[in-house]
Design a protein around this ligand. Sequence first.
Ligand SMILES: *Cc1c(COP(=O)(O)O)cnc(C)c1O
Length: 298
Amino acid sequence: VPSNYKVLFLQGGATLQASMIPMNLLRGKTSMDFIETGHWGTRAINEAQAIANVNIAATSKDKGFTYVPAFDTWKLDKNAAFVHITPNETIHGVEFYDFPNVGDIPLVGDFSSTIMSRPFDVSKFGVIYAGAQKNIGPSGIAVVIVRDDLIGNVIPHTPDLLNFKKHVEAESMLNTPATYNWYLAGLVFKWTKAQGGVAKLEEVNKRKAAKLYDALDATGFYINSIEKSVRSRMNVPFFLKDESLNDKFLKEANERRLLNLKGHKVSGGMRASIYNAMPEAGVDALIDFLKDFEKRNG
Ligand SMILES: *Cc1c(COP(=O)(O)O)cnc(C)c1O
């Protein structure tokens, strides 16, 4: 993180940032650009609309959030306060592997489910935020990384607890912080370093995701319809071609201690979340099960 950024540890999860960021970044402007590539982008749009006008500059809703609209098709407003993207859509399983250049307009990224899974260039962003509960620690704390020039311009009548400047001045201790969650996040940062850092975790994450997608693509028994260049390395949604086997699949998976494979209620099907904490052996066990289940039911 470059030295012209502040790192904050705040409460309210990622979701609160969808309203706190507009309050701090509007700076007299009246509209915000959003790129909608899945469920969390939509949620952020809904929250931000309570504060000011939202322009949906690009969306992949037309194809069920299975791709990222090409950067040169985005209808950006040159007067927008910022451009908001969701670098990894946790439910739909769509991940950005590079980021657009949006000129002087600050880029804001909801990195909740991809932060610490791979290195990236922080300097491309005005604000980065992430709920802790995917790669950082337990829920109850969010990490917010804000560029200095975006601090200190809140809209009128903003309470102190929603004001980045107040949090910066108080070093994230404006009121009692989520102490235990913060402590645990510190342990995860140490663990991450002990693994060889984020670059090392990226290697493992690439390998985990590649072998899982290979297994899912092998025969047509399983389906993942996300465009290959933007498939998430953290969240792998998939469907059984014959959905009448879903209950049997989940029951047998559970018996093998392969847990929580049921897809999010928004999308149905299955989802394997393979965050940093999931060892490669866990992915290997899932692949063995996928193959074995297919052999018996294909
Ligand atoms: C989990 C998640 C959220 C919601 O986070 P909360 O901390 O529960 O508010 C928002 N965005 C993304 C991308 C997520 O993965």
